[in-house]
Design a binder for this molecule. Structure first.
Ligand code: NAD
Length: 481
């Protein structure tokens, strides 16, 4: 594949640093291409272009920008298969998953925000003999920083609302998964989006991301990534009073009540645990099971997990591909070893020390889906975000204990409750300190709803009106009659 370039001011350009990074396929260990290792000057170039384009883009009508989003959705849809293939190459995820989740959602993000922005209503309040008119203006040039687990899915989730509200963009995808951000730039270029409205700068977080966050002419930062990185971003942005949205890590609880119909919910529980090799911020990595059904649960769950097909991401029948990198595999394996030191028992999976997980791909960063039992709820493996195909099992005796265990973490992103009584599940869900809790389902998303975390899982909400508000400055004009 041709080396990737930055996309700045309507042109594909090499980085001013003249340096590049290798982009690796984690399922084979092979180099796919190279990606610019950009620096401050490249960010400066992009920020200038985005600011130069601001006035004209903000002067377009909402209807015109909605039209742009529909055209982008159509163009991405026409390239769905490319998106799926590139996402699978970059991340090691099964191409079938990339097609079903990443490609489909990238298209629907643009479609959704086009339709949702069309429902915006003028807000007018009468009082004290005056009329208050709430106006929306774009924030300006916004910086969008995204992680590697759902590359175009998460980038498009920010680009669509930012564009439709009239902002111009400097985007930085993860250096490990740059291919589909580049595809998006190609699509926008072919559609003749006015130059400077969307700019893409590739490179490392501390170089490019930090320069974006610190730049005084980047007026808002929407960041999705790890909690430790989010803290660095917040530290830089806060004294500048920049608008900031932080979507960070999680350590989500999956609560299985004693009345859960195991025959029908186990497949959902496996999905909630191991989709994308557990590398979805919403995956449940701590399974809390009522002690009365523990044995039946373990029997059915472990059997299903052990039968997942791990290996070649290009094989349509593969359930789980590789993790994102060899370094990440080593980190996850380190946690599995730690769990054993902490007194845990591996019920299925484990490290890849003895035999390669996929004989045909001995150099791939594969791991078997791993279930660990017997750890205390405050063990490191049960409290730190592993972000891989590893779940820990814990038992509880009653609802209060389940809630206490679910909340015994510094994170609060997501969770799920599984029960035969939806009302009971709803009541329990409200006691869990998380931005989102599913009852008898998982990753069932209505894009109009608020999405985001509490505690160390982030600050702010995305989705529907919340995204449109983040990418707008609201001002009130009060006219005395
Ligand atoms: P990361 O924090 O390492 O990187 C995220 C992005 O930030 C990358 O583009 C990276 O290059 C950039 N970055 C790194 N250092 C930076 C700095 N100093 N300044 C600015 N930008 C910097 O995260 P990751 O490993 O790519 O992704 C995994 C993490 O993302 C997990 O913790 C996961 O839970 C989280 N995540 C959260 C959500 C959510 O919606 N809450 C969604 C997906 C992933």
């Amino acid at each position: 594949m041709e080396p990737l370039l930055n996309y700045i001011n309507g042109a594909f350009v090499p980085p001013r640093t003249g340096e590049s990074l290798d982009d690796l396929n984690p399922a084979t260990g092979e180099t796919i291409t190279t990606v610019p290792k950009s620096g401050e000057l490249d960010v400066e170039h992009a920020v200038r272009a985005a600011n130069a384009a601001r006035t004209a883009w903000a002067a377009t009508t909402l209807e015109e920008r909605i039209g742009w989003l529909h055209r982008i959705a159509d163009a991405l849809e026409a390239r769905s298969e490319d998106i799926a293939r590139l996402e699978s190459l970059d991340t090691g995820k099964p191409v079938s998953l990339a097609r079903r989740v990443d490609a489909a959602r990238s298209v629907s993000n643009f479609r959704f925000f086009a339709e949702h922005a069309a429902t915006l209503e003028a807000k007018v309040f009468e009082s004290n003999g005056a009329t208050n008119h709430v106006h929306r203006k774009p924030v300006g040039c916004v910086g969008l920083i995204t992680p590697w687990n759902l590359p175009l899915y998460l980038l498009s989730w920010k680009v669509a609302p930012a564009l439709v509200m009239g902002n111009t963009i400097v985007a930085k995808p993860s250096e490990m998964t740059p291919l589909t951000a580049n595809l998006l730039a190609e699509v926008l270029h072919e559609l003749n989006l006015p130059r400077g409205v969307f700019n893409l700068v590739h490179g490392l977080g501390p170089d490019v991301g930090q320069a974006m966050v610190a730049h005084p002419s980047v007026h808002a930062i929407s960041f999705t990534g790890g909690t430790a990185t989010g803290a660095i971003v917040a530290k830089t942005a806060a004294p500048m009073f920049k608008k900031l949205s932080l979507e960070l890590g999680g350590k989500n609880a999956t609560v299985v009540l004693e009345d859960a119909p195991l025959d029908t919910v186990l497949d959902g529980l496996v999905r909630a645990s191991f989709t994308n090799a557990g590398q979805v911020c919403l995956c449940g990595s701590r399974i809390l099971v009522h002690e009365r059904i523990k044995d039946a649960f373990v029997h059915g769950f472990v059997e299903r997990v052990a039968s997942l097909k791990v290996g070649d991401p290009t094989d349509e029948t593969t359930d789980m591909g590789s993790v994102i990198s060899h370094a990440h595999r080593d980190k996850v394996e380190g946690y599995i070893r730690l769990a054993m030191e902490e007194g845990g028992t591996v019920l299925t999976g484990g490290t890849s020390d003895a035999t390669p997980v996929d004989d045909a791909h001995p150099d791939g960063a594969f791991l078997r889906p791993t279930v660990i039992d017997g750890l205390p709820i405050d063990a490191r493996c049960a409290t730190e975000e592993i972000f891989g195909p590893v779940v820990t099992l814990h038992t509880f005796q009653n609802e209060d204990e389940a809630v206490a265990m679910a909340n015994a973490t510094d994170y609060g992103l997501a969770g799920s409750v599984w029960t035969g009584d939806a009302e009971r599940g709803h009541r329990l869900a409200q006691r869990i300190d998380s931005g989102i809790v599913w009852v008898n389902t998982w990753l069932n998303r209505d894009l109009r709803t608020p999405f985001g975390g509490v505690k160390q899982s982030g600050v702010g909400r995305e989705g529907g009106d919340w995204s449109l508000n983040f990418f707008s400055e609201l001002s009130n004009v009060c006219v005395q009659h």
